[in-house]
Structures are given as C-alpha cells and as structure tokens.
Design a protein around this ligand. Sequence first.
Ligand code: ADP
Ligand code: MG
Length: 696
Amino acid sequence: MKTPKGFSFAGMNAGIKAARKDFALVASDVPASCAGAFTINKARAAGVNDAAARLPSTTISAVVLNSGNANSLTGPSGEDDARAVQSAVAKALDVPAAQVVSCSTGVIGVRLPVKKLVDAAPALVGLLGHHIESAAEAVFTTDTRVKLAHRTLAIGGKEICIAGFAKGSGMVAPQLATMLAVLTTDASLEPAVLKACLDTAIDGSFHNLVVDGEMSTNDAVFALANGRAGGPPIALGTREFSAFLEAFTAVCVELARAIAEDGEGATKLLEVKVEGALDAAMARDLAKSVCGSNLVKACVFGADPNWGRILASVGARAGARDYPIDPTKATVMVQGLAVYRDGAPTGVDGPALRAKMREPQVCIVVTLVEGDANAVAWGCDLSYDYVKINADYMSFTTASASGVVQRDDRLTNYSPAFKRSLVVEALSYISRFTGRRAVIKYGGAAMVKDSLKASFANDVNLLRSAGLLPIVVHGGGPEIAKTLEALGQKSQIQGGVRITTADDVEVLEMVLSGKINSELVSLLNQDKPQAVGLSGKDAGLLRAKKRLGEGGGDLGMEGDITSVNRELVEMLLEKHYVPVISPIALGEDGGSYNLNADTVAAELAIALGAEKLVFLTNVPGILEAGELVSELSANTLRNKIETGVVTGGMAAKGHSALRALDGGVKSVHVIDGRTPHSLIAELFTDRGVGTLIVRD
Ligand code: ADP
Ligand code: MG
C-alpha cells in the first residue's frame, strides 16, 4: 500500500505476547504536526493521559504502540512506564524524548513489562520501512485482520498521500472504540488545523461505530502531518482544506467500517442509515440505537427477518428522548427490500429476505417523514462468539509474572457442560471409526490465521486419538499468489485457466512443501511426534503428465495424475503416522508438476480405500442462494455443477467428490475451515455442520 513520504513503519514481537507481534512504531523523518483524539472514559490509560496532555504539537517524530497490555489502571507506575518506553524509542531514533508519544491496548490492570519493550526498541527502530501492514498487525488484540486505508489527492500540483491503520474489535461504542488508529500524511498542516480536520473526520466515521456499547480506557486516534509532499500549509476554510478533509474522512470511514466488520465474534457488517430526521444529531442517535440494539444484532446474526425490532428500537429511542417524530410513518428497507411502508408491513417475501440477510454486509435504511437530516452508523451482528470471547477473555488470557500474556484456546478450555455433551455424542462414533481412514484436504483459503492452523492440528490429533487414521492434503491458496507477486512473478491466468511456468512451479514447491507443509507438520508434532511431511514426489507417490488446456493449449507445469504409489503412505499408516501431503507431483518427464489439491485428495482417498473425504474450505459448505445445503446426493451435486450453482473452486471440489464417491469412498464432507473444530463437529456429531455428499 502507498504510504506518505517521510513516514516509515515497523511491527515486531517484543515478548508481551508469546509469539505474535505486539510492538509497533510509526516514525517521520522530520518532526511532524500531530493531533490526537482520545476516549472520554474517566478511567483512562496512562499513555492516553500523557498524549492528551502533550497534543496538538508541532514536533512529534514517532508514535509507539503496543498490544497485549493496556497499561491501564496499573497505579502510579503507569505513566513512568509509558515514558520509559517513549525514551527508549527516542534514543534509538536519536530524537528528544519529547518527540515521541505512545499508546497501548490489551489486558487492563497488569503492569506493562517495560524491560521487554525497552530492550526491543532498537530492534523495532531497525525494522522501520514500508511495513504499515506489519505495524497494523502488531496492534491486534482480538482483531482477526489487518485494517488499512489510504487515499491520494493533488493539492497545489503536489501529490498528497494519506494512509492509516487501525485496530479495534471490542468495547466499541458511544464515543470511540477500543480502537487505536494512526493516520499519516505528507501534507503540511498546522497542528490546530490538523486537529480540526481530525475532529470533523472522526465525527463522520469512528464516532458512528457501535460494536457492543462499551467504552474502553485506551481509545486513541493520532494524526501526523509532516509536510514532506512540499507546498504551503493547508489553511482552514480553504478549498484545499475541504479537499483534504474529504480524503482524510474517507480513510477514517474505511477504517471504521473495517473495525465494525471485525467486531468481536462478528460474522457480518451492519450498516444502519436513518434519513429524514429533524437534525443530524437525531439521525445519528437513532441510527446508533438501531445498530446497537441487541435484538436487531441477534436477528442479523441469525438472518432472521424480524424487522419489527428495527422500528421498535427507533420508537423506543424517540420516546426516551422525546423526539417529535412518528416512526409508524417511516419506511424500513432491509437489504434493499421494503419491509414496512405507508404505515403498514409490505408483506415481503420472507425466504428471499432471509437469503439476502446471509450476505456479509447487512444494510438497514429507516426513512422518516419529518425532516431531511441523514446519518449512518456501523456495527456488527451479535454472535455466540461475542459471549465466548468476552466470557473467556480474562480466564484464558493469562499474564505471567514476566508480563507475557497468552491466550489459551484449546478445546480443553471449553466449558465442562459443552465438553460433556460433545464427548457423549462423539463416543458413539469412535468405535465405528477405529482403524478407518479419512483424507482431509485443508484448503489454502481457509488457512488465514495461525490460531486456525493450530486448532486444525489439535483436531487431527484428536481424530487420531479416537482411532481414525487421518491423511492430510493441503492447498496453497493466497500464500502462493502473494509469494509470486512478491517475486514479481504475477500468476498468469488466460481465459480463466492458470498457466504455471517452470519458474512458478519452483515457487509453488517452495511455498507448498517448504512452508505450508512444514508448518503443519511442526504443529502436528508439537505434543507427540506423529506427522510426516511428504511431497507427492516422495517415493513416487504421485506421478503426473502435462495437462493440456482446451484445444490443446499449453498450461505449462500444470499436471494430471497418472498414477498413485501408495506403498510409502501404507507404511506410515501402519505405524499410525499422519501423512501430510503437498500437491506436487513428479512428472513422467522428471519435472515437478503442480496439481489441484482437491484432485489429489480424491485420488488418494480412492487409492487408500478411505471411508471419508473431507474438504475444509473458506465457506460453510455448498451454498445455494446463500443457504447452506446440508446434505445432497451425487446426482444432485452433478446437477448443481451443470446448472452453475456450484462454480469455481467449489466446482473443483464437486468433481473431486463425485470421482471419490465413484471410486468407493463412502461420504464426502465440505466444511468451514475458518470455524475452529468444525472438523470434529462434522465427523463426530449427528447433525454435522457443513455439507454431506453421499452416493445416490
Ligand atoms: P480452497 O482453497 O479451499 O480450495 P477455493 O477458493 O478453491 O478454496 O474454493 C472455495 C470457493 O468456491 C468458495 O470460496 C466460493 O467462492 C466458491 N464457490 C463457488 N460456488 C459455490 C457454492 N455453490 N457454494 C459454496 N462455494 C462456492
Ligand atoms: Mg481450491
């Protein structure tokens, strides 16, 4: 992503968290104007008090951030601790300590492990570069993805860039979120002008966030302007200011939406617009009340078109605040469908609305008849996971004496009642599974988080303990495209078909066998040595010939399997090892060929006489019109592929499923690899969680 001139970014692990990044830095090569906006919580954190007292300023060179520990409510040491970190960073940057501000996020009430941060400061400074993504990652708490945004615009013939990152997922509410954001620009603005810009932009973005109605002790948004783009300072009230403000606000809105989308436990982004109110404050208040209503949020989670709750919420707020409006005259739209108009329900098609509510973004528009003021609020749905994340937050986030915080999310941490019911149901399956084989294909697109890979490894180990013999085949997904791009070898698609050059296949092999395979093997072997990593080339397991495109076109090193030599895998299974196989084959011509991992899984399942073939992917299962198809026969699946209901990556799985069923595999399962332990839930419970495909 493009970042403004003169700014550099870094993120690293300083040891507050066990392994993930926890220490971030944003630095300008010249002292910059800096303004901040902070939580109005009266129990706010030490770093926030310190920064609020020092900003706006004309001479800030760096913002240092840490996650894992909020440095909040730790007593009088809090401010000293914040200063010690600032000084260490200033020293490493060779600037006065007064040019560094800081902020923190994480567990409240545990003293900041200052020594770790002070010791890591030189390394952090050493890492400075175009690493805004790394900095954004280092401020994660329960965040599941990086939140970045940028805009460029021309002012006075100079190209200006505005770029920022944010974190935040819980405790987001009436004022700011537990959110941290750092916005940087190479435009030139006096601190007071920057502050005015920041306040206006926040009003139209972060202030409209409602994730859970809680206010944190640590919210902080920093804006830095270093003037490195050149040109005179942008003054208040000018055309240039308006243009800058518009772009700056757009960056804030994008970040705010990303925060809402990544709300704790959120499965969907909720956008609520209120139009036709008497004034903007009323419009915003009503939009936020709908967006924050637990009943509305629960409906959105369940895709329950119970739209009455929307108007009920508007009416309740209007009543409590004595707004002179009549909500019964309003129009209510959900996902573009009118559900209430002219004082009466429209009789909307329930199933159609439900399907639309399954989309990743749900938009509600309430149009009042009284005025012309509008506002929008962003939030998310309320899922079981919100309670789980927050009920477990302290108990499973353990801070050791050394200041290391660690989240422990193993199955063993689930409530006894839940475990009991799972075990009882699962036990009935265990005897049936003993000695049976299951090929599990772990899709690349689902391997988005380290925690998911770890829970996958945990599940495979559980399956094995239950007597099932798992064989793992993995894909590469986004990792491959990312690596190819980093090496300047953009993957080539012609007419929708991928072409793999000899150079590409080297990279593929490196990522698949060298990285993904070895990572999975490490995870699987953490507790007990039992996994063996293999490439399809090992012991001639998979042989392939060159695949020809339609009309005989050359696809490079894309291969079709010609034979499977199961000898080595049989040997491993006999000794109860878990083979972990990457989809690379040895060509009849001696070269390395790239294979579709779905096909590999199916061919192995057939060759090894597996009972089950499981695809873990990045969707809940096979979907039709947004709804999960829980069970289907081979014939129905064939039909869904022919009619274009199942396409793309899922069609590849569909064909492989059909091939496997034909070859003697009893059942094929498509499940969501992004949900922890869905593998156990699918195989060991009666109802299952994804799509089950069986023979006709
Ligand atoms: P993997 O890395 O697990 O192989 P793919 O991206 O190759 O993942 O395949 C899964 C994708 O297939 C889904 O993310 C979705 O975009 C696509 N797809 C196409 N049709 C369907 C469908 N009917 N149901 C579910 N997913 C589908
Ligand atoms: Mg795929």
